[in-house]
Design a protein around this ligand. Structure first.
Ligand SMILES: NC(=O)c1ccc[n+]([C@@H]2O[C@H](COP(=O)([O-])OP(=O)(O)OC[C@H]3O[C@@H](n4cnc5c(N)ncnc54)[C@H](OP(=O)(O)O)[C@@H]3O)[C@@H](O)[C@H]2O)c1
Length: 270
């Protein structure tokens, strides 16, 4: 990553950058990679439930900030499945009003796989389904709306919203009804946003199969045997991507900034 940046001396401007699910996995890597691309005195808002891990990410970023960029890193402990968590995050965004901001960047990365051990016909309890959708769809819309309202259209301010998507937004996987439904809904949500708000840059990025805790759950717990075996063999064959490799392509997409707003872009297309 450092190599990419030193070869291409580009940046994302003086930004307020909000990353959900920044405590571990992909979000953690994205937070670190973004920190390299921000102009001095930019602000990173890291959101998740686990404060200790958020603080570790903050320490990592501060330790790497050896170019005197004076980045401000703020951790927000919030459960985005709950209304209070979304409100707390929006409040933290509102309280963060940097001067001379030229980029607002929201990365909707937090997510869960849901119970992948069961088939669709077992989901007879709407409370369980609603709970899943609350974190993975409703909360994403409410947070995005709240953040964009807090920073309305303004001359000289670029506003970018990223949805961390998946192949599952496009392709049905047996025993993954919650996850596939959530990811498909999120993609559509961001397509509508792109239509309604032409000045907002909207991107759904499918990062490819990542070596994270979510993958462990996929290969251990998927109810569909064929799917479970295929995840296990991808792992054994070393075919999972590192978060760094996938994140570097997202960073390039953001820097190039020439994707059609609302598009679904997959790691393997680039
Ligand atoms: N791993 C893959 O192969 C893969 C493939 C395609 C797409 N993706 C997508 O990439 C994104 C990141 O996945 P990952 O693999 O990094 O997953 P992960 O390792 O399970 O990390 C999930 C992140 O989301 C946060 N989170 C979970 N529930 C939350 C809640 N209720 N409130 C706030 N934060 C919450 C977690 O933090 P706390 O637990 O601290 O709250 C954690 O930081 C997800 O949107 C996922 O769907 C992953």
């Amino acid at each position: 990553m450092e190599e990419i940046i030193s070869r291409e001396p580009r940046d994302l401007g003086r930004a307020l950058c909000i990353i959900t699910g920044a405590s571990k996995g992909y979000g953690r890597t994205l937070a670190v990679q973004l920190s390299y691309l921000l102009k001095p005195r930019s602000i990173l808002l890291l959101v998740a439930r686990t404060m200790d891990q958020l603080n570790e990410v903050k320490d990592d970023i501060m330790a790497l900030d050896d170019r005197q960029k004076r980045l401000v890193v703020r951790c927000v402990q919030a459960d985005l499945e709950k209304m209070e968590g979304v409100e707390k995050t929006i409040q933290a965004v509102k309280e963060t009003s940097p001067s001379e901001l030229d980029h607002l960047l929201l990365i909707n990365n937090a997510g869960s796989l849901g119970d992948v051990s069961r088939l669709a016909l077992t989901f007879t309890d709407p409370t369980e389904v609603n709970r899943y959708l609350s974190l993975n769809v409703s909360g994403v819309l409410s947070l995005t709306a709240g953040v964009l309202q807090a920073f309305p259209r303004c001359l000289g301010l670029q506003r970018t919203v990223v949805n961390i998507s998946s192949l599952c937004a496009l392709k049905a996987f047996p025993s993954w009804v919650l996850y596939c439904t959530g990811k498909a809904a999120r993609d559509m949500l961001f397509r509508v946003l792109a239509e309604e708000e032409p000045d907002v840059r909207v991107l759904s990025y499918a990062p490819g199969p990542l070596d994270t805790d979510m993958q462990v759950q996929a290969r251990c717990c998927s109810g569909d045997l064929k799917l479970r075996r295929s995840f296990s063999s991808m792992f054994s064959a070393g075919q999972l991507l590192s978060c760094e490799e996938s994140g570097a392509k997202l960073m390039k997409l953001l820097l190039d900034n020439d994707y059609p707003s609302g598009a679904h872009v997959d790691f393997y297309e680039l």
